[in-house]
Write a protein that binds this ligand. Sequence first.
Ligand SMILES: *Cc1c(COP(=O)(O)O)cnc(C)c1O
Length: 360
Amino acid sequence: MARVYNFSAGPSILPEVVLKQAAEEMLDYKGSGQSVMEMSHRSKVYDNIIKEAEKDLRDLMNIPDNYKVLFLQGGASQQFAAIPMNLMKNGVADYIITGQWAKKAYQEAKKYGKANVVASSEDKTFSYIPDVSDLPISDDADYVYICHNNTIYGTAYHELPNTKGKILVADMSSDILSQPVNVEDYGLIFFGVQKNVGPAGVVIVIIREDLIRDDLDEKVPTMLKYKTQADADSLYNTPPCYGIYICGLVFKWVKSMGGLDAMKIHNEKKAKILYDFLDSSKLFKGTVVKKDRSLMNVPFVTGNDELDAKFVKEATEAGFVNLKGHRSVGGMRASIYNAMPIEGVEKLVQFMKEFEEKNA
Ligand SMILES: *Cc1c(COP(=O)(O)O)cnc(C)c1O
């Protein structure tokens, strides 16, 4: 068995111990004589799996009792529509555009109401986070929307926007569980799990209870109402059972690693190794403003497209895979999520040094 160092942006690396446990439990989950894939989502044994996953996530993130945790399908992208459908009361929301995911969310919101762009970093290909300390927040905004970590561009918020009392909604698909979060700063947090938590097919929504409404437009699809999902404890219909089970194993793994404070230290250490090298390299350089750098996604370039392609090819042959940058940015991107071990980053940097010497 030859495992590679997988720097994919998503779906992405999972902890090896989790994959091994899933393999061990594949044919017979804890004496049930069935795979988790085969069992009824209404069975006692599955009920324990989803309840325990929720409990472990609540422990990890310190989620207050007045927030619901919903395990849903449709990916993060479906939430781009569900959020305005559920949260727009006045029909107004303010969006901060820091990349393609925030932009897609904004474009979707425009279909349901008045969506305003209150800040954007599109002028410099999303290479920074705009100043969000004093934004022209709309008086009647139902919420302010951010993408907390910009997977494609490699920027992240290190300070939250001043929403002037409005509810903050955040897409945390690519940095959830990478560091502690004060859930109470948000009305709603959501994340597709395939970046830092589990296999594609599950999206998790953490929503303050008072935002779950009963008085939505009757045309809002039943499945897209948070009320439907909250009332049924995410079992209105068949949930993505197996994916939720893997998420649960990952939550236990994060706990065993020491929780989110320890995860942050682990991630800062890893990112520093790569950023320090980029800052000292004569060949490679990072593409974003230093103070806004992401701990999870690290884009970099040589400045020469042919050399970039050569690097990606040789890196792949050496066992460092999925380093090609997003098609909209080019160059390279190393996604160094929770499950990437420190030695994966150390070895990548060693490989980059050798490539630099040969190609200087
Ligand atoms: C990957 C990603 C998405 C899209 O997720 P899907 O589950 O494919 O819809 C949205 N937002 C962010 C920040 C992402 O990284």
